[in-house]
Design a protein around this ligand. Structure first.
Ligand code: NA7
Length: 542
């Protein structure tokens, strides 16, 4: 229990404890160990990899190009590793993570199969007391939450679910040995990025696939392809400059972004540009055609309408096309999806699409799913229903700061942080890519590196100055939270108001635009400026 007094062996005392062994935790371990700190990672899974360990469903793939969705801190690693495809598959990313962990000799400091359940800041000792699910307790000066933004899957609450006699799987926890779907009737609930990626694979393998869709998403063809050796060489020879240039963009990615407002072009010119991006380059870059695709109503309306027309011309059955067509919100209002043959999947004979807005799921039955009008018999149910994003992994741990205040309580009205890194009243606690930072709106690996570097530099500076604790002030946190909200309120995310970015997918979660939408480059300048300014907005104790 937090606060309970018990002797803790000095061998269980660390300078830094890191929670999570994904991209963030691994780099944190490497950097902090390099400072001479004693560091340990706790990881709930049976192996490293974080998101890429868990989300191993067929079709799982990153939608940022592999040459960029990788660590930049080591020239040796980025030269040595070879990606095979433009967008890397989940197994390849996991192999990459293993390669990095082995190369940097990280494994000895990682404790697997260990979930952190509670962390209590002891004001007398200025240390964190951390409890794990194996009943052990540890003491650490700094606690780094590298718990990821999409790591706590939503619990399904369909009535009658336990009565279903078939198999149930989640994309977020797919069996390592895979699943034999041949000859089976498979149902899929959820058509976000995971659902859009897995649906074509399920349709290829199963006897029949029934997709239960609540909200249609906008999805852009990936045009994934094997990597051309010339292209790879171009990157490897210029990695340094390109990484630097990427950090100067809004999302830490070089992506052929247009730099002139869509309003400066005629409708026909815009149309040609959208067509090029849909037909040739593909992927998320579609929305970077013009810088105002996600903020200006006219440009957004055009881009959204373009996708709607492409759905209509791809999906042969007009009734299916109508169901798949997003209405009532513009592109960018929910996470844009990137697919391979998603819309084409609905032209297959063995695929049925059910619009559960007009024919809602009433309950699960032993045989399958009963909607208001019909029962669908299923052997297998696949859930791709999403995550308690950005805050879930943090509030799941019983974190108590000064005065016994819990993080859950502190975030009752929304996830208040200073810079997405630090929380007032929770000294020496750092969050990597927390709410209030660009995180999921930028290249996550770059966001992670920036945060880890900032935290490592901060810890190093504190050591030099013999400072014991660092803590965001209430004023700095309040001002940053207001700024994040103000910037977020101008975007399609706020206008659509119906995505995990604003907490809309979790009943009772405060509706706040959680990522910082001011752009990764602006954000980076901001946090570097804070550090240069002797950590303005923070308070230290000695
Ligand atoms: P998402 O994007 O949150 O998608 C979840 C999907 O599940 C979405 O279509 C939801 O519909 C649907 N959903 C959730 N709950 C239900 C219920 N109760 N009934 C029917 N349908 C439901 O999660 P993903 O895993 O696809 O992607 C997460 C991120 O990972 C993604 O954005 C990338 O960044 C990578 P809704 O839209 O809420 O109506």
């Amino acid at each position: 229990m937090p606060g309970e007094q018990r002797e803790i062996s000095p061998t269980l005392t660390y300078d830094v404890l890191v929670v999570g062994a994904g991209f963030a935790g691994l780099y944190a371990l490497h950097r902090l160990r390099g400072l001479g700190c004693s560091v340990r990672i706790f990881e709930a899974a049976s192996d490293i990899g974080g998101t890429w360990f868990w989300n191993r469903y067929p079709g799982a793939r990153c939608d940022i190009e592999s040459m960029q969705y990788s660590y930049s801190f080591s020239e040796e690693i980025q030269q040595e590793w070879n990606w095979s495809e433009y967008y890397a598959s989940q197994p390849e990313i996991l192999r990459y993570i293993d390669f990095v962990a082995d190369k940097l000799d990280l494994r000895a400091s990682i404790q697997l199969n260990t979930r952190v359940t509670a962390a209590h800041f002891n004001e007398q000792t200025s240390q964190w007391e951390v409890s794990t699910d194996d009943g052990e307790r540890y003491v650490t000066r700094f606690l780094v939450m590298a718990t990821g933004c999409l790591s706590i899957p939503l619990e399904p609450s369909f009535p009658g679910l336990p009565e279903f006699s078939g198999e149930i799987y989640r994309t977020s926890d797919w069996p390592h040995e895979g699943i034999a779907l041949q000859g089976k009737h498979v149902g899929l609930i959820g058509t976000g990025s995971s659902g859009v990626q897995i649906a074509p694979k399920l349709a290829e393998q199963a006897r029949h696939l029934t997709v239960f869709q609540r909200t249609p998403h906008y999805s852009i063809p990936a045009h994934n392809r094997p990597l051309d050796p010339e292209y790879v060489r171009g990157w490897k020879e210029n990695y340094k400059e390109r990484r630097r240039a990427a950090r100067q963009t809004r999302n830490s990615t070089l992506n052929d972004a247009g730099d002139r407002s869509g309003l400066e072009f005629t409708w026909e010119e815009r149309e040609r540009e959208f067509a090029r991006r849909w037909e040739v380059t593909g992927g998320i870059g579609f929305i970077y055609a013009f810088p105002d695709v996600t903020v200006n109503d006219e440009v957004n309306g055009h881009a959204s309408d373009f996708v709607r027309r492409r759905i209509a011309s791809t999906v042969r059955d007009p009734a299916n096309a109508a169901i798949l067509t997003p209405q009532g919100y513009g592109i960018g209002g929910k996470r844009i999806c990137v697919d391979t043959n998603y819309y084409e999947t609905f032209n297959r004979q063995n695929v049925t699409l059910v619009d559960i807005r007009s024919d809602p799921i009433v309950q699960m039955t032993p045989r399958g799913i009963r909607t208001k009008s019909i029962e669908y018999a299923l052997d297998v149910l696949v859930l791709a229903i999403g995550f308690d994003a950005m805050t879930g992994a943090l509030t799941k741990v019983e974190i108590t700061g000064r005065g016994g205040r819990t993080l859950r309580d502190h975030w009752k009205e929304g996830p208040r942080t200073y810079l997405g890194l630090s929380i007032a009243g929770f000294p020496n606690l750092f969050v990597i890519t927390g709410p209030g930072s660009p995180s999921v709106f930028a290249n996550m690996v770059t966001s992670i590196e920036q945060h880890v570097d900032w935290i490592a530099d901060c810890i190093s500076a504190m050591r030099d100055d013999e400072r014991i604790t660092i803590e965001a002030t209430d004023e700095a946190e309040a001002a940053w939270f207001a700024h994040v909200n103000e910037v977020g309120s101008r975007t399609m995310l706020a206008k659509a108001g119906n995505s995990w970015y604003v907490g809309a997918n979790v009943p009772g979660k405060p509706r706040v635009v959680m990522p910082y939408m001011g752009g990764a480059a602006t954000y980076m300048e901001k946090i570097e400026g804070v550090a240069r300014d002797n950590y303005s907005g923070f308070r230290f104790t000695r």
